[in-house]
Design a binder for this molecule. Sequence first.
Ligand code: NAP
Length: 485
Amino acid sequence: MICLVLTGSTIEENVSQCNRNRQYIDIVELRIDLLHESSRVRAAMFPEMVDIPVILTIRRQSDGGRYAGSERSRLSLMESVLDGNFAYVDIEDDVKRSGAEQKARSKGIRIIRSKHDFNGLPADIYHKISKISAKGDIPKLAVTPNSIMDLITLFRVRTELQSVEEKIVLGMGPYGLPSRILYRKMGSLWTYCSENPVAPGQISAQQMKELYHADKVDERTHIYGVIGNPVLHSFSPRIQNPGFWGINFNAIYLPFLVDSVRSFFILAEMLHISGFSVTVPHKQTVLPYLGKITREVKQIGSCNTVVRAKNLWMGMNTDYYGFIEPLVSEIDAKRIQSALVIGAGGAARAVVWSLRNHGCKVTIINRNTERARNLALETMSSYDSLEQASDYEHVDLVVQTTSVGMVPDSESDPIPGYRFNKNQVVYELVYRPKYTKMLQRALESGCRLLFGIDMLIRQGKHQFEAFTGYHYPKRLEQSLHLEED
Ligand code: NAP
C-alpha cells in the first residue's frame, strides 16, 4: 500500500490533500501534531470525511514531530481522538500501558509500534522488530542508513524476519530511498509519501505510483538503477521506467546514492539487480569489478552502463553512441571533418574517442592544458589552451563538454570571445538549461545546434536496449523530449 502523510494544518486542507492524491494512495496518516490547535479538537471526525483507512499519529518532537506539549497531554489527546473511526493508531515503542492503547484494543483499532532513529541504525533491529510483533502489534522501524552497508543491513530484514508478516521498515534520508521505493521487497506493509516531506527522503505519492509503480513490485520484478553521488536528481528513472512498462517488462529503475562501489556490488547480488547506469563519481571506480568490458570502455577508461551477463558483470559506455549518432552521416559525407572539443574530463574522453574512431580531426582545448595534452596524445589529436579558442573558428564542429554554463552557473560561457559562423554545427553536452549561454550565441550566428538533453535521451535508449534487449518504444520518445522542454 502507498500511505500519504497528511501535512495540512487544518482538517479541510487534509481532506483536499486526500482528494488530490486519491488515485495514488491506499491509506492516509493524519498527523495531529501538524494540525493547528483549533483543528485538533475536530480530528476525531476526520475518518468519516474521507473514504480511505486512516492512521492516527501524534508525533512528539524527539521523534521528528511537532507536538510540543507534555507526554501526559499528548497521550490524553490521543485517547480522546480515538473516539473517531480510525483503522490504525501509531504509538511509540517506549510508551507503556497508556489509556490510548487500552482504548484502541477495545475498539479493535490496530496498533503500530513505532521506533525512530534519525542518526543511524540501532544495533539490534531484527530483535526489536520480532519482540514488538510478538505482542500482536505491527512493528514500525524508521531508521537512517548512512551508507550502502547500512542499506544492506536494512534489506536483510526481509530474510532475517520472514516469519514477521506484518511490519513496516524504512530507511530515511538519501541512502534510504531504495528501501522506501522497494518497500515490497523489504516485506513492509506500506511506504510513506507526502506532498511536503515531513521526514527525510519522502517523495510524493504521484512519483511513487506513476514513476516507480512501487505498489506493483513483486517477487519477479527485475531491479535496475543508477548509481552516483549525488544521484537523486537523475533524469534516468524518467527514461527507463516508462520504457519498461511500454514493453510490458516487469521491472523497476531507481536511484541509489552510493558511497562505495564495492558495497554496492554486494547489494546488487543481494537484491539480484539486473543492471545499472553509472554516473559521477563512479564511472572509473566501477571498472575493477567488471568481468568484461567493451572496446569503447577500454579506450575511454570509463563505464556508464553495467549489465549482468552470465556469472559476470559487463561494462559499456553508451555516452559514446549517444553522442556520435546525430553526426555519423555528416562525418561520412565529409561535411564534418574537423572539430574543436572544449574540455578534457570524462565526457570529453567519450566525445574525442568517438570522433577519432569515425575519422574526424580533433583539437582539444581545456583549462588544464596538461589534461588536454594527455587526451590528445592518447587519441592522436591536437591540443591547445582554452584561451586560444579563437584560433579555431574555422572548424566544422564545436563540442562543449565542460560543466561551465550548467545551472546554477547558467550565465557562464566557456569561450566568450569565440565567433561562431553559420556553417558550423555546435554541440552542447550540458543539458540544464537546454539553451546555455554559449548555445544562445551559436543560435544567433545561425549555427545548427545539438542539445545535451537529446544526447542524454539517446544514451538512455542505448542503456534500455542493453538492459532489455528491446528497442525503446517509439511512441514514448516524444514525451521524453517534451518533459524537458
Ligand atoms: P568532469 O570529468 O569533471 O570534467 C569537467 C570538465 O569541465 C573538465 O574539462 C574541466 O576542466 C572543465 N571545467 C570545470 N569547471 C570549469 C571552469 N570553471 N572553467 C573551465 N573549465 C571547467 O565532468 P564530465 O563528466 O566530463 O561532465 C562534464 C559535463 O558534461 C557535465 O555538465 C555533465 O552533466 C555533462 N554530460 C552530459 C552528458 C549528456 O548525455 N548530455 C553526458 C555526460 C556528461 P579542468 O580539466 O581544467 O578541470
